[in-house]
Design a protein around this ligand. Sequence first.
Ligand code: IDP
Length: 161
Amino acid sequence: PTSSTTLNADSKERTYIMLKPDAVNRRLIGEILSRFEKRGYNVVGLKVLTPSRELAEAHYAEHKERPFFKGLVDFLTSGPVVAIVIEGDNAVATARTMIGVTKPQASAPGTIRGDLSIDVGRNIIHGSDSVESARREIGLWFRPVEIVDFKPVDHAWVYEK
Ligand code: IDP
């Protein structure tokens, strides 16, 4: 069994990352992806798509009663997003730390939101908030055949064990 707080011998924890339309329109795909890759995480799923309303609403279902819900769904369906599955040790929690907090202005410099965004409605990136959310979101955005299973040759240079 694995969880975001348990060291996983196979380093196989996965999280769902999404670059929102602001990141794509601002041509920040490479900048953001490279941060995860440089850290040592593996990209095991990746695609560009403009989500349907149904998909965007399902993704943010927990917020459907919130005043910002319609604007959020309008925004997400307005242009392409990059749907990403990142894999590695403690991927869910570490990605959230790398992303920063919901409000970019409260996000520390060095974080993705803290370095690259200003407004909560244009905070450029999504990352699953728990292992359970990650499983749900990966299932929503990807078919199983769209996710690869591999171990990079430099594994021993990223992980001691
Ligand atoms: P998270 O993306 O940091 O996990 P959530 O609270 O799950 O934050 O909110 C989902 C998304 O909804 C945020 O990333 C942001 O784009 C949007 N959002 C959250 N709160 C507000 C708000 O007060 N105004 C406008 N948009 C918001």
